[in-house]
Design a protein around this ligand. Structure first.
Ligand code: CTP
Length: 401
């Protein structure tokens, strides 16, 4: 199953920081995601982690010395630079950042950076005071101006014991930044794609809600896929428990009404709206102010209809709906395309075990406004997202940006 990093050449530069050990996990996650990872370590990095650790994970030679005659790098020291789809430096020390800003090439890593035209991602890790120093800030700004992606650092507990800004981003977040950086010139660059996700929660009283089994995974995967094609991805999401995807603008909501307001706001000027959320069709007519106490044997809750967000969100943007059906899949979904005048609907059979709530895969049928039906095979939700976005791209009018 293909993802954003499948078969991509990643040069992973590791510099000497206590956070160097996290780069081993990052290398492992990159390899698991299908990337070909060439690791270059500075001398400082080898004092924290051994090259063997990286070689064991990547199954490739690890470069540590420009002048090692037995190394492939010595013979053709720009080979890695040319082969790279992206150069990632994680962790990047204050010294490394300064060298990059000046353009020094005094070790295999900085030599590779200078020789490469691939996008560069720098993930700083250092003590808070070093990060806050004007020299570091100026150097980072210089790199930003040059188009370098600066990922992090994050706030938190630092090796010095201080709490502050300077922690290396977690490997899972770095993966998101790497995918986004690889895709920033993709076919949705300059576009804004609004995606809704999750099951809305409609309060009965201060402790109880009416909700559904939506996991939110499809909507999150869609937002990530849009980000990885260069789009500005806006994710209007009901509570899901899923971590915020890096570099996606997350707008948290709870109820159908809040989602309607947020979607209305976010679609202004957007290029597409993809409603993957499972929006409650009914909500308690009025939520009790206090917790409802147990009294009689029966309790009746009056429900009121919610606004149909997709139906009412009309404008100069592509509109995509989802139809989760338990019977008559194509007939029911086709009816929704007509009723809501959609450009595309993504229909899935929720009784299929591979496509059920919470699964990482989905088997869907796409039905467009001409009522053409395309059955997709079983795919990961990320891949389904990519196929939906292929259709969205084809539906978009030529960009004026
Ligand atoms: N939808 C919406 N607002 C609602 C209900 C649904 O925007 N109040 C959107 C969903 O996000 C989805 C599409 O409409 O993209 C279809 O949702 P679904 O619940 O399957 O269909 P309904 O139109 O509500 O029809 P029914 O529940 O009768 O199947």
């Amino acid at each position: 199953m293909a993802g954003p990093l499948t078969d991509r050449h990643v040069v992973l530069g590791v510099t000497g920081s206590i956070a160097s050990f996290k780069a081993v996990d990052l290398a492992s996650k990159l390899v698991q995601a299908g990337a070909l990872v060439d690791v270059i370590m500075t001398y400082g990095a080898t004092q924290f982690v051994t090259p063997l650790a990286f070689r064991s994970i990547t199954h490739r030679e690890v470069v540590t010395d420009t002048y090692d005659v037995s190394s492939e790098f010595a013979n053709e020291h720009v080979a890695l630079a040319r082969r790279a789809d992206i150069v990632v430096i994680a962790p990047a020390t204050v010294n490394c950042i300064a060298k990059l800003a000046v353009g020094l090439a005094d070790d295999p890593l900085t030599t590779t950076v200078i020789a490469s035209s691939a996008p560069l991602l720098v993930a700083p890790a250092m003590d808070a005071d070093m990060y806050a120093h004007p020299a570091t800030q100026e150097n980072l700004e210089k790199l930003r101006q040059r188009g370098v992606t600066i990922a992090g650092p994050a706030p938190g507990r630092l090796a010095s014991g201080l709490i502050g800004m300077g922690r290396l981003l977690e490997p899972v977040d770095l993966l998101g930044h790497i995918s986004a950086t690889l895709g920033r010139t993709g076919d949705l660059a300059g576009r804004t794609i609004v995606v809704s996700a999750g099951g809305t929660q409609e309060p009965i009283d201060p402790v109880r809600v009416i909700t559904n089994h939506s996991s939110g995974k499809m909507g999150y995967a869609l937002a990530e896929a849009a980000r990885d094609r260069g789009a500005r991805a806006v994710l209007v999401t009901a509570p899901t428990g899923l971590p915020d995807p890096p570099l996606v603008e997350v707008v948290p909501v709870q109820t159908a009404e809040q989602m309607a307001d947020a979607v209305k706001r976010e679609v202004a000027g957007a290029d597409a709206l993809i409603m993957a959320a499972a929006v409650a069709d009914y909500r308690p007519a009025s939520a009790a102010d206090q917790k409802i106490k147990k009294s009689d044997d029966e309790l009746t809750i009056e429900l009121a209809k919610t606004t149909d967000i997709l139906d009412t969100a009309r404008g100069d943007f592509v509109r995509v709906g989802f139809a989760a059906e338990s019977e008559n899949l194509v007939a029911n979904a086709t009816d929704k395309v007509r009723r809501k005048s959609l450009d595309l609907i993504v229909a899935n059979d929720i009784t299929d075990a591979d496509s059920g709530f919470g699964s990482d895969t989905n088997r869907v049928v796409l039905i467009d406004r001409e009522l053409q039906v395309e059955e997709l095979p079983l795919l990961t939700k990320y891949e389904v997202g990519q196929r939906i976005l292929d259709r969205v791209r084809d539906l978009l009018s030529p960009s004026t940006t």
